[in-house]
Design a protein around this ligand. Structure first.
Ligand SMILES: *Cc1c(COP(=O)(O)O)cnc(C)c1O
Length: 392
């Protein structure tokens, strides 16, 4: 049976390739053609495709119990909450099904925090080029006018400042007494792979303490080992009040989490927030297994090693390329910025190099390989990219 796209909404510009199976960092299409995956489903399949332990745990739990309801206690949810809190220094978790929902949860916490301080119209500080999701609230928090276009009016209650610029935060603090929280990615992913400096993160933490703002870290893309630490903000040696996770947490099984500590951990009372599917036994057991594997195989350390190899390889291969203006990254989050629009490279990389990449912000090639890559695959990504760019 030949499938067509005619009954799908046109929300995506899709490549004309469909994969039928995968293994680690490799994928195959229906004709048996092999591809090298340098994006891991956009930072999702960090353990690679078809991980045997993940497949086994999904099958076993599916044969026992998929879903009950948050009306009842859920053992795997309690265990996952405990695991995540031990890893992050947080105290309580709320589970949902995606990154946007995790951020919605964090935004609701921020507003509750404000109302508790008698601030009637609380404001949340967000960043230029930030990305937090596609729901109306998370779209409003995102700093991407192109993605907001057509969906006005955006939600009020956000103040936007330049990223990695502490003076801009200080100025906003002087100008508005209604700020209650800061929402920030430790490394901007969709925004073009921009890394916040450790010094900035420390100063931001101090400002949040000084003003009693919640520091909310969106770790949805940068978290879970990707940057070479368990979480991106750990490069700054800080602890947030609230953090959100999703993407790699289920290695492809949908799950999101919002974690909090201190007063923020106790803001919700029963009935104030919820999710039908959120935190079901299957999703939580899969996430527990993902964390087990990441810890056992020390994948954050692998990401640091492989990331250094990837960045130095990219520098060697591309520093002299006339169209490359910057190569940035942290761990296995890497970006190559070109001096012009390069969206067409995604299709050409697939067709000419059998390589999966994405382009973000129109001019930045983004690489997010699975953390289970081996050294040869990292070198192969560099070789294929260099070949691709030499033909431009
Ligand atoms: C992907 C992403 C989101 C949104 O996650 P969804 O699961 O697509 O809703 C939010 N924040 C960041 C930093 C992301 O990379």
């Amino acid at each position: 049976m030949q499938a067509t796209r005619s009954h799908l909404m046109r929300a995506y510009a899709r490549q004309p390739v469909s994969f039928v199976r995968g293994s680690g960092a490799r994928l195959w299409d229906a004709n048996g053609v092999e591809y090298l995956d340098a994006i891991a489903g956009i930072a999702v399949t960090s353990l690679g495709h078809a991980h045997p332990e993940i497949a086994a745990v999904i099958a076993e739990q599916a044969g026992m119990l998929l879903h009950t309801s948050n009306v009842f206690r859920i053992d795997w949810q309690e265990r996952l909450g405990e695991r995540l809190c031990a890893l992050t220094g947080m105290q309580r978790a709320f589970f949902c099904n995606s990154g946007a929902e995790a951020n919605e949860t964090a935004l609701k916490l921020a507003r509750l925090h404000g109302h508790r301080k008698q601030i009637a119209a609380p404001k949340i500080l967000v960043m230029e080029n930030g990305f937090h999701g596609r729901t109306i609230a998370t779209l409003s928090a995102s700093g991407n006018p192109a993605k907001q276009s057509g969906f006005a009016p955006m939600l009020p209650g956000f103040l936007r400042v330049p990223y990695d610029d502490i003076d801009a935060v200080r100025l906003a603090a002087d100008q508005s007494a209604d700020i209650v929280a800061v929402l920030i990615e430790p490394v901007q992913g969709e925004g073009g792979i921009r890394v916040a400096s450790a010094d900035y993160l420390r100063k931001l933490r101090a400002l949040c303490d000084q003003h009693d703002w919640l520091l909310i870290l969106d770790e949805i893309q940068a978290g879970l080992g990707r940057t070479g630490a368990w979480f991106g903000h750990q490069h700054g040696g800080i602890t947030p009040d609230v953090m959100t996770q999703a993407k790699a947490l289920g290695n492809g099984f949908p799950i999101g989490a919002c974690l909090a500590r201190g007063a923020a951990a106790d803001l919700f009372s029963p009935g104030q927030h919820g999710s039908t599917f959120g935190g079901n036994p299957l999703a939580c057991r899969v996430a527990c297994t993902v964390l087990d594997i990441m810890a056992r195989d020390k994948l954050h350390e692998r990401a640091a090693l492989l990331g250094a190899r990837l960045l130095s390889g990219l520098h060697k291969a591309l520093d002299d390329h006339p169209n490359v203006i910057a190569i940035r990254g942290q761990g296995l989050m890497a970006g190559i910025e070109l001096d012009r629009s390069c969206k067409e490279l995604v299709g050409r990389a697939l067709e000419e190099q059998r390589l999966l990449i994405t382009v973000t912000r129109d001019t930045v090639i983004r690489l997010l390989p699975p953390l289970v890559c081996d050294e040869l695959q990292i070198d192969d990504i560099v070789v294929r990219l260099a070949r691709l760019l030499s033909a431009t």
